[in-house]
Design a protein around this ligand. Sequence first.
Ligand code: SF4
Length: 261
Amino acid sequence: MIKAPETAAPPRKRLFVTLMGVTCLIVVAVIFLAWWIPNRGLANIHPNLPHLVGIIMVVLSGMAILGTGLLVLTTALGKDIFLTRFMRLVVIKFLLPVIEFVGRLLGLDKDRIRQSFIAMNNSLVMSQRMKVKPDRILVLLPHCIQLSDCEIKVTGDINKCVHCGRCSIMGLVAIGRKYSVDISVATGGTLARKVIVEKRPKLVLAVACERDLTSGIKDCYPLPVIGILNERPFGPCFNTVVDVSKIDEALGQVLQMDELP
Ligand code: SF4
């Protein structure tokens, strides 16, 4: 059986949190400049206008700083403190593009930023402490997780696997049976979207590379997605591997307890 390299480091939120802090400072600096530069011009319109605009800018800066603090605290404590669902929206739709831009300016590797984003997203999803019935959870796998020369076609029905143990599918079938959750293999983003529309899950647990997980998490919002990175010992999209215990662990945290075996 193909095994994941043991040196693979777990993705961390730290980079995303650091970039969030940098972005927050940039936003506050831009807000300050937006007030300071036209300050004199505003005074010509009305003497109190610079103060009024100044107060608005201070409130906006405060919101940016408080929002960043709340986000860091939520993921650090793993608790839904306040507006976690809304924060997920802000992170996915607004913060990620800005952070990717800041990361590019700083010359950081795209995949490292994406790994960090996925870890941050997972942390926010987990902090909502959802408990979902097995039939409302969908595990989505990429086609490349199946051994390329396996003659059995598991796309459509993973249970066709005959458990030879040469790829991760065998362990995943066992997980699917253990928890009675639906596991689908998708050959691309379009098929993955089709499966989600058909099965209407309340939570998706997706296995993929950094790029596909990032775009999947973005496309699926507001549907919560927990992303688990695959390992690519033979390069991208070929005989990839997933650590089945990570899926087991994630399912254990989100499944409704009375439904567990
Ligand atoms: S474990 Fe299943 S899917 Fe993987 S190579 Fe063997 S029979 Fe094929």
